[in-house]
Design a protein around this ligand. Sequence first.
Ligand SMILES: [Zn+2]
Length: 458
Amino acid sequence: MSDRILIRNGLVVTPAGTFRGDVMTHGEEILAIGEALPMSQVDEVIDADGCLVLPGLVDPHVHIQLDTGIYQTKDDWGVGTRAAACGGVTTVLDFATQFPGQTLEQALENRWNEVDGKAAVDYGLHVMVTDLPAGEEDELRTLVRLGAPEAKVYTTYRPNYYMDDDRLLRVFKAAAKHGILVMVHAENDAMVSAATERLIAAGKTSLRYHAQARPMLAEQEAAHRVAFLAAEAGARAYVVHNSTGGTTEILAEARRKGINVISETCPQYLILDDSLYEGEHPEWVILQPPLRPRREGAKLWSLLASGEISTVGTDHCDYTLEQKVSTMKFPSTPGGIPGLETSLPLMYTYGVAAGRISLERLVEVMSTNPARIFGMFPRKGTIIPGSDADLVVYDPRHKGQISVGRLHTVGGYTPYEGMGVQGTIRVVLSRGKPVCRDGEFVGDAGRGRYLERSLSGS
Ligand SMILES: [Zn+2]
């Protein structure tokens, strides 16, 4: 393996500022950053003239090889992390589901076995807590011991994931006691169920009705309740995939009162909108929460720029087109879209190049903040000597289009098909080793490591 790599003459984004210069790696770490670093004793020189040099992205929310108990994606950890590597995502945080009858530790062991020998980039796991019998709340402590200090819960999806308010409060209390961050998928289950049943009763089950089944108010009400219950328990909550500006505003208001809540959004809620349900390929955009009216995307961009949204995750989910069109009815279509490989070019194009966010803000929300929030900083999420040499060389001069033919996913589609993008990923390093060059995967399955994380002090 290349022991020393010198990335020369790029625009390097560091915590101390963005400057034109070099980054030198040694083994798995960053050795030095500066101007005109010596080229002697270097195994490879990467010319980054005209390119950006960014810390590898940390995607806090992905679902590789997902089994919901009802649907299964067709990818595996080799496929998913190859897509990550080629998208400049050098750390993925995925989920370990606690299936009925399993302890939290068994849920993690299950997932480690699935990943074993396949991951091409580093990964961490959040545990989907689906069962917490009264009196056994202290089992959550296991998550801290195993380096996966988050509990993911859902306020909707009966019967497999749904957690009622009493359980939610008990999870929050136990999480506060053990220093665990609670990640919440927030949608009011009664509102979603009733809206869905009304549509079914009216015979409106085609894919175009998907968004009507999951009203914005359902998300906003649940976010409001989550903040209230988290405050009551003294817990920290991270509300995943805010899809409406109102959701983020409710959480921002809670933060102003001292409640510890964090907002995440996804590229799809910033860039796509609900007019696509009327278009030619509504199956490409069946996901929960659904896409919203265009004005919500505009609000989310400004909340991302102003700091009210802390992270951008993809909620990557690699169902195949065949699965997406199997019934052409929204209640029985698996929800989720692929995103790992397209998030950086899309966020650069529609965020940075469009003047909505700065380059530094992009790095914060897609790398630094997720690394901090999930207990990996400064090992991940930044370019400083001693950090892991997870680096992306991005050429912003290139003009291209998103096309499924270039992706490494198995789904056979992308909801961004044909969209123009500014820039392309030239090279990605994961702990000092190239894993992608000009769209081609050059990494090794099995080299990715499990990241044992700790939130103390974060
Ligand atoms: Zn998700």
